[in-house]
Design a protein. Structure first.
Length: 278
């Protein structure tokens, strides 16, 4: 971490940590010309606030792509972490700015930073940015990254009912039955009462009978004669088709990110589409 205060006193150090600098404010507000002038006049782009937020965090969180470019060109630390452990890439994903995400990745931002909190993929799923999720998957994001509060990215996408993100994760090979305190994505789908989400998860092999730490199955969180309850009842009474069981078995054999392998199979196109959930 850079130290550029003229004074080495404790008072100087407190000021260094606590104040948002003009660089922070310009980056936050997208003031490109002001930011450029500050940099040209020698302002440090890696000064941090008391909560370890850098100007690059500010610009990324607000999707200020041009400011992100200026800061990186001036030597901003691309994987700096704030007090919560978030990197600028996490913040760009939280903002849903695909352009900021692309710029940060092109400057070497780690798609899987060594965090114990939400990863960039978690943040993209929380925001519901399918474009960011797709890009992160393409560059190797860990589909099973685990946050102690949220669980996996799939848990987050289901809890927020972002079905397009859920399908991207599942098609990339995310574990549909990954557990957080024994709670699966299907438990989340039941809690948010989303029958479309339940159907998608079951089609990808979701376990109807998984029990959470309270001993409850997903259906136990669905009440009355709601569409969600009817969906669970249908799947509990109706075995999966043989074709569906074969699809699940083949996809499990291909492991994570199976789509490229499936596309190379020497089989009719309609079978490839079926295996790819097209």
């Amino acid at each position: 971490m850079e130290r550029t205060m003229a004074s080495g006193s404790l008072l100087g150090e407190i000021g260094f940590w606590a104040d948002r600098t003009p660089v922070h404010e310009a980056a936050r507000g997208g003031e490109i010309l002001e930011l450029q002038q500050l940099i040209e006049n020698g302002a440090c782009v890696n000064l941090v606030t008391y909560d370890s937020i850098t100007p690059l965090h500010e610009a990324s969180l607000r999707g200020q792509t041009q400011c992100v470019k200026l800061l990186l060109a001036a030597g901003a630390q691309v994987d700096a972490r704030n007090i919560d452990g978030s990197t600028p890439l996490c913040d760009a994903c939280a903002s849903g700015s695909i352009e900021c995400v692309k710029v940060l990745l092109s400057h070497g931002a780690k798609v899987n930073p060594p965090l114990y909190t939400a990863s960039p993929l978690h943040e993209a799923c929380m925001n519901g940015s399918a474009d960011c999720v797709r890009l992160l998957i393409d560059v190797g994001a860990n589909l099973e990254a685990h946050d102690c509060h949220f669980g996996t990215p799939l848990h987050v996408a289901c809890a927020r009912e972002h079905l397009d993100c859920v399908k991207l994760l599942l098609n990339a090979g995310a574990n549909v039955n990954a557990a957080k305190l024994h709670e699966t994505a299907l438990h989340h789908a039941a809690k948010v009462k989303n029958a479309d989400l339940v159907e998608m998860l079951v089609e990808f092999g979701g376990n109807l009978y998984a029990r959470d730490n309270r001993g409850k199955k997903p259906v136990d969180y669905s009440r009355g004669s709601s569409p969600t309850t009817k969906c669970f009842e249908y799947y509990e009474k109706t075995p999966l088709r043989l074709s569906q069981l074969c699809r699940l078995s083949l996809r499990r054999a291909f492991g994570q990110r199976p789509l490229k392998r499936i596309a190379r199979l020497q089989i009719p196109r309609r079978f490839i589409d079926f295996l790819s959930y097209q």
